[in-house]
Design a protein around this ligand. Structure first.
Ligand code: ADP
Ligand code: MG
Length: 292
């Protein structure tokens, strides 16, 4: 009866937008008590757009955007796509960049028209020895509205910042309420800044938030919760979530996310809709009840 029930369960999953990699994934989903969830691209749409540009002396909004877009054109990050998209929308003639490099969860660098451009969060700028203090108040105001701030430095001098908004998916609030009603403890993890993260968590009623995490930190939080005796599922969409997805009892990838995340997960939510996870868990409970 066991393999049969699981096959039926998997078939039903496919019908409601959930793919189980194997029988174990279906079995384990029933047992989890904690759901760790990535913010960008998982709770939010992951299709962010630029909502404000703040140039400092010597730059205009458009010159700043031009430099930033030149660098981000080589980036695969959704924030990079937002910057490039805004430059396109304004019809800018974006120059070429060379020597592109990215630091996962922090930002990107490249040379543009002979200048060294660094883009990213405060940590990335600090690593390049650029103080973001002149834009601190501006940045905090943006973050309190759940926006993400990207700082830009040119030749080691702060040149400005951009605020990027990434709306919460229309399906997220309902999914979060239902998952909580299923008895799951929710923990939000993000590489994004604390204020932005807390603004999103507040909207969704998620109490436990850990922000400013690097990919390895996300996996470490999963391991720590497991060390406290919790059985942890982790949902995420990005390359930066892969280590945590692999570490969790059950990794859950958004089908809308990166291939690396899908490959690291036991469960895929085909449409990137967290409500499918509510159905997946019900299915898992029903199948396991059948077997016992
Ligand atoms: P999340 O964990 O919520 O999916 P990430 O780990 O992907 O977020 O990103 C964390 C932070 O790193 C972003 O909020 C941003 O500040 C910075 N960052 C990462 N990639 C880029 C990029 N291409 N351009 C600018 N900033 C970036
Ligand atoms: Mg993400």
């Amino acid at each position: 009866a066991t393999p049969m029930s699981i096959m039926v369960g998997s078939g039903k999953g496919a019908g409601v937008g959930v793919l189980f990699r194997d029988a174990e994934a279906l079995e384990r989903l029933e047992r989890v008590d904690t759901l760790v969830i990535d913010k960008t691209g998982t709770l939010t749409e992951g299709r962010p757009r630029v909502v404000a540009i703040e140039p400092l002396a010597g730059h205009s909004a458009e010159s700043l955007l031009n430099l930033a877009a030149a660098v981000e054109r080589a980036s695969e990050h959704p924030l990079g796509a937002a910057v490039v998209g805004e430059a396109e929308r304004r019809g800018l003639d974006v120059p070429a960049a060379e020597g592109f490099d990215s630091v996962s969860g922090e930002g990107v660098v490249a040379r543009v028209e002979g200048r060294d451009v660094v883009l990213g969060n405060a940590r990335r700028l600090a690593a390049a020895e650029v103080a973001v203090e002149p834009l601190q108040a501006w940045a905090e105001h943006a973050r309190d509205q759940a926006q993400t701030v990207i700082f830009v430095a040119v030749d080691g001098v702060l040149a400005g910042a951009m605020a990027i908004a990434d709306p919460i998916k229309s399906t997220t609030a309902e999914a979060v309420d239902l998952l909580r009603a299923q008895g799951l403890e929710l923990v939000m993890l993000t590489g994004d800044g604390r204020r932005t993260a807390e603004a999103v968590a507040r909207t969704l009623g998620i109490d436990h938030v850990e922000a400013e995490l690097l990919p390895a930190d996300k996996a470490a939080v999963v391991a720590r919760l497991q060390g406290e005796g919790r059985r942890v599922a982790m949902a995420g969409d990005g390359i930066n979530d892969a280590p945590a997805l692999a570490r969790a009892e059950v990794g859950i990838a958004m089908g809308s996310g990166t291939d690396v995340a899908v490959e690291s997960a036991g469960v895929t939510l085909v449409k990137g809709d967290l409500r499918a996870l509510v159905r997946a868990r019900r299915l898992s409970v029903a199948v396991m009840r059948n077997i016992r």
